[in-house]
Design a protein around this ligand. Sequence first.
Ligand SMILES: Cc1cc2nc3c(=O)[nH]c(=O)nc-3n(C[C@H](O)[C@H](O)[C@H](O)COP(=O)(O)OP(=O)(O)OC[C@H]3O[C@@H](n4cnc5c(N)ncnc54)[C@H](O)[C@@H]3O)c2cc1C
Length: 451
Amino acid sequence: MVYDVVVVGAGFSAIAVTINLVGKLPPSASIAIIGDDPGFGRGTAYRTELYLHRLNVPAGRMSVFPDRPNDFVDWLTRRGRPLQAGDFASRRDYGLYLRDTLASLLRNRSARCRVDFIKAKATGCVERFRVGLAFTLDNAAEILGKNVVLCLGVGNASLPMEMANLGTEVRKHIVDNPWRLSWLQRIKKFDSVCILGSGLTMIDQVLALRAHGHEGRIQVLSRRGLIPLAHVRDHPPAVEPILPTGQLTMSALLQSLRRQAKACGDWRALMDGLRPGIQAVWQRLDKSERARFLRHALPWWNIHRHRIPSDVSDRLQAMLRDATLEIHAGYLTAVAEDGNRLALTYRLRGRQQIASLQADWLVNCTGMERAGIRHSPLLQEMQRQGLIAADPLGLGIDVDRTSQIIGSDGQRQPGVYAVGALTAGQFWEITAVPDIRVQAKSVSALIAEEA
Ligand SMILES: Cc1cc2nc3c(=O)[nH]c(=O)nc-3n(C[C@H](O)[C@H](O)[C@H](O)COP(=O)(O)OP(=O)(O)OC[C@H]3O[C@@H](n4cnc5c(N)ncnc54)[C@H](O)[C@@H]3O)c2cc1C
């Protein structure tokens, strides 16, 4: 059969697109969702079983529906977990909210379109003239769609180091994918842990370790040693910044934002005011200015933009004070075996000096790789066939302002869209729910108009 829409992916983006499509397509239509994840809709972010893993966006901004902002807060209340709009709910609850929202829409079979969940990985894709795109799956099946939405998220970054020279026993103590929380069952109470990367993934793992009763030393190594900054308990109201006019450069933008942040007392107010307009700001920067931002400002942007709840920050600060947690800034140069431990060598940031540290465990928290073609065999195949083109700065694939994919010939691919981080080259700020839900809604509306 030929589906009206094929959605590829099984995370939030895929589920948000499906929820919107079910609301808009006639009962005669059909949707297939191809996803290789056990929990459809949860992706890496909302699959966690740990209640202590919290959202980093307040509950009042996490509704899947942009025009019904209280939907998630109301769901929490119905579930007996009343929270305020400004509170940070658990990510596990958010996963359950997505599951429930989709399930309640799918209940009324006679009034809605057909929705098929296909648990598989899409590995290849070919164009079928005048019909649409055909995806080949890892179970050898083929799924054909007139319209397509790619919702592939970002891949996990692998450890930036060859580990082949290490013995098998020691290699068992290297955790390449910390999202498989089973590694926590193997760790002993006073084992020492080195975490590579100092962003939100590191914070999750530190909390998870302590929740599992781990009391050993944790050392964090990242290039700059910067950790996410905290939200404040009483959020200051957002202040919309006044932006420089004319051709926008990074230096003029930063200068102006710094000045206004000082004037408004708490920089968070300005960041929050800037956030809704980020996509428009990004679209005003030309390629060289975007590259300048990625080269120089990105780590600073990340820690100001991706903040953590203040109580989580208090816990980290207490651990830093009593030195059970240490942060090192440097560039990892080697991992070797030292008896049955790991010895890591790194170059101190900004110096030629080499330092080393020992640990029982090495955990890869270098986080999510920027959505790129490299990590996805499907995207590589689509690129080979000219169906997609890479964003020139490595931020996913080329799409236009309606999220329609642009092929290697520079032409829009009719009915073929991408949603989520794959579209970061066009929108930049498109990795979190408040932005993806808007994109999912508008892409679904375009598909429904033409269906
Ligand atoms: C730990 C963590 C915490 C986060 N916390 C928040 C938060 O509090 N608030 C917020 O707004 N955002 C948060 N985010 C951002 C989060 O990425 C987005 O909210 C959202 O989950 C992105 O969903 P996605 O569907 O675009 O990507 P993903 O969740 O990555 O899902 C992509 C899915 O596509 C599947 N897939 C990929 N390739 C194929 C293929 N070829 N065939 C089939 N399936 C495929 C993958 O297996 C995956 O299931 C967090 C992210 C992480 C990692």
